[in-house]
Design a binder for this molecule. Structure first.
Ligand SMILES: [Cu+2]
Length: 220
C-alpha cells in the first residue's frame, strides 16, 4: 500500500507543467502540451498554418540535457517541423523549446512540456515477443486500446464493427506524427497492417471518431 501511495505522489508531481508559449501560426503538436506518456516519442512534431523557413529549430530538454537527436526536419509542405527523440530518454518532465522562422526571416520562440512516466506501461497489454498481432476495431474502440510490442512486430487492425473506421497517427486532423500509420477507409472485416521497426510510443486514433476512438502502441 505504501508503494502505491508513493507512486501516486510521484505521478502528481510529474503532472505539474509550466504554461505553454505558443508562437503565431501554431496549430498542434505531438506530444500535446501536458501529455503524460508511457515512453519517449519517436519524434516531436509541431504543425503550423504558415510556411516555415530555415533557422527553425526544436530542442527537447530535461534538466538542461538535450534528448532531441539529429537535425531538424522541415516537412515538404513546409507546415510542419519535427525532431527525433532519444528512445532511451529517462522518466521525467521534458521541455520542448522551438523557434519558428518565416519566409520574411522573422522568427518566434515557443515552448511546451510533456512527461515520460514508464509506470503508465502498466495500462498496456504486453504483446512483446510476437511476430504478428491482430487488433480488433470493436464498439468504436481499439481492442486492446494500449499495447506493448517488440521491434519488428506486424500489427493487423481488423474492423469488426458495422460502422466504418480509419487508423490515423496523431494529431487530428494533421495525421503526421508517423505518416506511415494512416489507413484508407476500413469497412466491416477490412484490415490494415503495419510493421513497427523503431522503438518509441505511437499515439493514434480513428479520424471518424477522433474524440474517443484512440490508442497507443509502445514499441520496445
Ligand atoms: Cu472510427
Amino acid at each position: 500500500m505504501l508503494n502505491k501511495a508513493e507512486t501516486t505522489v510521484t505521478n502528481m508531481e510529474t503532472a505539474v507543467f509550466n504554461n505553454p508559449t505558443k508562437t503565431p501560426h501554431f496549430e498542434s503538436s505531438v506530444p500535446e502540451h501536458g501529455s503524460v506518456l508511457a515512453g519517449p516519442v519517436i519524434n516531436v512534431v509541431i504543425n503550423f498554418n504558415f510556411d516555415l523557413a530555415k533557422n527553425s529549430s526544436i530542442s527537447i530538454k530535461r534538466s538542461a540535457q538535450e534528448f532531441g537527436q539529429g537535425e531538424l526536419v522541415l516537412d515538404s509542405n513546409k507546415l510542419s517541423m519535427r525532431r527525433a527523440m532519444d528512445s532511451g530518454a529517462p522518466d521525467g518532465t521534458y521541455t520542448v523549446t522551438y523557434q519558428a522562422c518565416w519566409p520574411d526571416k522573422s522568427c518566434h520562440q515557443g515552448s511546451f512540456q510533456f512527461a515520460v512516466t514508464r509506470s503508465k506501461q502498466d495500462d498496456f497489454k504486453d504483446q512483446t515477443n510476437r511476430k504478428e498481432i491482430t487488433l480488433d476495431l470493436l464498439n468504436s474502440s481499439f481492442e486492446p486500446e494500449n499495447i506493448r510490442i517488440s521491434k519488428g512486430t506486424k500489427i493487423t487492425w481488423v474492423n469488426k464493427d458495422v460502422v466504418e473506421h480509419y487508423i490515423n497517427t496523431d494529431p487530428h486532423p494533421g495525421h503526421n506524427y508517423y505518416k506511415d500509420q494512416n489507413s484508407k477507409l476500413l469497412k466491416t472485416n477490412e484490415s490494415y497492417s503495419l510493421v513497427f521497426t523503431k522503438s518509441g510510443l505511437y499515439p493514434y486514433h480513428c479520424s471518424a471518431h477522433a474524440d474517443y476512438m484512440t490508442g497507443n502502441i509502445l514499441v520496445d
